[in-house]
Design a protein around this ligand. Structure first.
Ligand code: ATP
Ligand code: MG
Length: 139
C-alpha cells in the first residue's frame, strides 16, 4: 500500500462541543502523521467552493450554513492508504449507520452534523489539500 495524503476537517459541531482533542487522539492512534493543522473560520465563499460538487443538491445551503457556523480544524494527514483509512475511522456519513467506535458514531448528531470530513479519492484529496494548505506547510 502506498503512503498517501488525505485532507480532514473537524467540523464546527465537534469543535464547539470540545471534541477536537479526542478526534485528534483517534487520528494519531490510527497511525496518521499530522502534516499540517490549523484552526479556521470558513467564509461562505470558501465553504461553497470546497463543497462545489454538492451545489444544486437540496442540502447545499444547510451544509454551507453548518460549515460556517463556527471554527473548524483543518488537517493534512499522511499514512499508508490514508484516504480509505480515514474514511474508515470516520464511519458512514450518517452517524446512525456508522460503526461503533467511529468518529461519526461517537461525535456526530445526524447526517448533516457529522463531526468530520474526509477526502474520497486521490484527486479530491489533492484538490482539498491545496485549497487550504501550501505545500511548504505540510511537514
Ligand atoms: P464529507 O464530504 O463531509 O467527508 P461524505 O463524503 O461522507 O462527507 P458527502 O456525500 O460528500 O458525504 O456529503 C458531504 C456532507 O454533506 C456530509 O458530510 C454532510 O455533512 C452533508 N450531507 C450529505 N448528505 C446530506 C443530507 N442528505 N442532508 C444533510 N446534509 C447532508
Ligand atoms: Mg464527501
Amino acid at each position: 500500500m502506498p503512503i498517501e495524503r488525505t485532507f480532514a476537517i473537524i467540523k464546527p459541531d465537534a469543535v464547539a462541543a470540545g471534541n477536537a482533542g479526542q478526534i485528534l487522539a483517534m487520528i494519531e492512534t490510527a497511525g496518521f502523521k499530522i502534516l499540517a493543522m490549523r484552526k479556521h473560520q470558513l467564509s461562505r465563499a470558501e465553504a461553497e467552493g470546497f463543497y462545489a460538487v454538492h451545489k444544486g443538491k437540496g442540502f447545499f445551503a444547510e451544509l454551507v450554513d453548518f460549515m460556517t457556523e463556527g471554527p473548524v480544524v483543518l488537517l493534512a494527514l499522511e499514512r499508508e492508504n490514508a484516504i480509505a483509512k480515514w474514511r474508515e475511522v470516520m464511519g458512514a456519513t450518517n452517524p446512525d449507520k456508522a460503526e461503533a467506535g467511529t468518529v461519526r458514531k461517537l461525535y456526530g448528531t445526524n447526517i448533516g452534523r457529522n463531526a468530520s470530513h474526509g477526502s474520497d479519492a486521490p484527486e479530491t484529496a489533492a484538490f482539498e489539500l491545496s485549497w487550504f494548505f501550501r505545500g511548504s506547510e505540510m511537514i
